[in-house]
Design a protein around this ligand. Structure first.
Ligand code: URP
Ligand code: ZN
Ligand code: ZN
Length: 470
């Protein structure tokens, strides 16, 4: 038994002074601070008391977009399920949904099985899977139905990366039709990869091979175009669509327009698109910009992207913040692209910092506390079929709880982070606030600036259908 005493419990509905009684794995009760039960529980010594005075008590973060050990560009994302989920716990994230990958020509079931093998017994926190479909064919379409019944209810398709993950419009339509009948959610990487490859080829032929050209050759219009096209395909198929890692104002405008017409169109963004930019980060001196190569790319600060994305989070046109955690070390991984930006593995690591970074939006007045919790925990749970068990502090829910100290300070650095990366894209960022205590299903993972968990604490989560359709 644990009693989290004296804190402010934050939910999308508001802020309440409540004590939280935690049982074996679940939340047992929410108690008024002066309730008899809270007093006797505190006095009789049966419960461990966690003092949350002047702190926020929030549902554990849910990061619905991670890539542990992802094979990409001739290498693998540098966090294993063990290192990546431990780092997530340090940052107040208690659930991840990672992407199992079916590559073109591979069998969906066999691909998924290999992800189960990587994760099982290694995770610090609970985890689920989406499946990336790299080849939509008859077998994959049938498999989608079976997977939905088994608790894998979302599938990512790519309009980018021809020859690797790419699906053409016909394949996208087929997968969306299948989703419309089986209730799955199609997650879309919306960039026009065919056009991008032409532009990138032309840049390289001119000798423009530095990391910044990764961004210059992937213009926002081609994210906007792909977003529009995917929405039309979804409407024709009668299926909901969820845009991952949305980065550009053009894409957001298309999502907002579809939503204003009442369509089931949803999107997430990531901290890198809210805070980092093409000029200073992707364009950093020498090869340092490689550390910021991800797709879609960081956008220019000269345009309206950053402000528009914050507004999108407020208006709910962007309903979730995920990290797209896809870490690679500079040494021997990002360095694969020393001669040509096209060979730099795409991805930024950040699973540890999402709760802190988005809390900075609260500090800066961009978001309310309630919206912080909603975008980082509650909506992720609802969108991906986990709500009730996750994403909420209520009796019966898993006791995944973060005590967050708004007066704490966190300085991000490669020297102190827990991700398996030899640099930090967030080096030097100073956070007003700090994750203090993290419980996962009632077990203390983080307290007193120490990790108390163990490999294998995290359990696999079978998910239901999205609960977000309008
Ligand atoms: O650059 C990125 N985003 N890498 C991970 C793969 C993806 O597209 O999400
Ligand atoms: Zn993607
Ligand atoms: Zn991703």
């Amino acid at each position: 038994m644990k009693l989290i005493k004296g804190g402010s419990v934050i939910s999308p509905q508001g802020i309440q002074e409540l004590d939280v009684l935690v049982g074996e794995e679940k939340i047992e009760a929410l108690l008024a601070p002066d309730s008899e039960l809270a007093k006797t529980t505190a006095e009789n010594g049966n419960a461990e008391i966690i003092d949350a005075s002047d702190k926020y008590v929030v549902p554990g973060g849910i990061d619905v977009h991670t890539h542990m050990e992802l094979p990409f560009g001739g290498t693998f994302a540098s966090d294993t399920f063990e290192t990546g989920t431990r780092a997530a716990a340090w940052g107040g994230t208690t659930t991840i949904i990672d992407f199992a990958v079916q590559r073109t020509g591979e069998n969906v079931r066999e691909s998924l099985d290999s992800w189960f093998t990587k994760a099982e017994g290694n995770c610090a926190i609970d985890y689920g899977f989406h499946v990336i479909l790299g080849g939509v064919d008859e077998q994959a379409l049938k498999e989608m139905d079976i997977l939905v019944d088994e608790g894998i209810t979302s599938f990512k398709l790519f309009m980018a990366y021809p020859g690797v993950f790419y699906s053409d419009d016909g394949q996208i339509l087929r997968a969306m039709q299948q989703a419309s009948s089986n209730g799955a959610l199609i997650m879309m990487h919306a960039e026009n990869g065919i056009a991008i490859d032409v532009i990138a080829e032309q840049a390289a032929a001119r000798g423009q091979t530095d990391p910044i050209y990764h961004g210059i050759t992937r213009p926002p219009k081609l994210e906007g175009e792909a977003t529009y096209r995917a929405i039309q395909l979804a409407l024709v198929a009668g299926a909901p669509v969820y845009f991952v890692h949305l980065s550009a104002s053009e894409a957001l405008a298309n999502v907002a327009e579809a939503r204003s017409q009442g369509h089931n169109v949803f999107a997430e963004t990531c901290p890198q698109y809210l805070y980092l930019n093409l000029e200073e980060h992707l364009g950093a001196k020498g090869f340092a910009g490689a550390g910021y190569v991800c797709s879609p790319p960081l956008r220019t600060k000269e345009e309206t992207h950053h402000g528009d994305l914050w507004r999108g989070l407020r208006t709910n046109d962007l309903s979730i913040v995920s990290t797209d955690h896809c870490p690679f070390c500079m040494k021997e991984q990002k360095e694969l692209g020393l001669e040509d930006f096209r060979d730099i593995p795409n991805g930024i690591g950040g699973v540890e910092h999402r709760m802190d970074l988005i809390y900075q939006g609260v500090v800066a007045g961009e978001l309310s506390l309630e919206r912080w919790v909603e975008t980082c925990s509650t909506t992720p749970a609802r969108m991906f079929g986990l709500y009730g068990q996750k994403g909420v502090i209520a009796p019966g829910a898993d006791a995944d709880i973060v005590v967050y100290d708004p007066k704490g300070k966190t300085k991000i650095s490669v020297d102190t982070h827990h991700m398996n990366m030899d640099y930090s894209a967030w080096e030097g960022f100073e956070i007003n606030g700090a994750v203090e205590t993290v419980l996962s299903r009632g077990k203390t993972l983080i307290a007193d600036k120490k990790y108390h968990g163990a490999k294998g604490d995290g359990k696999y989560l079978k998910r239901g259908l999205t609960q977000y359709l309008r």
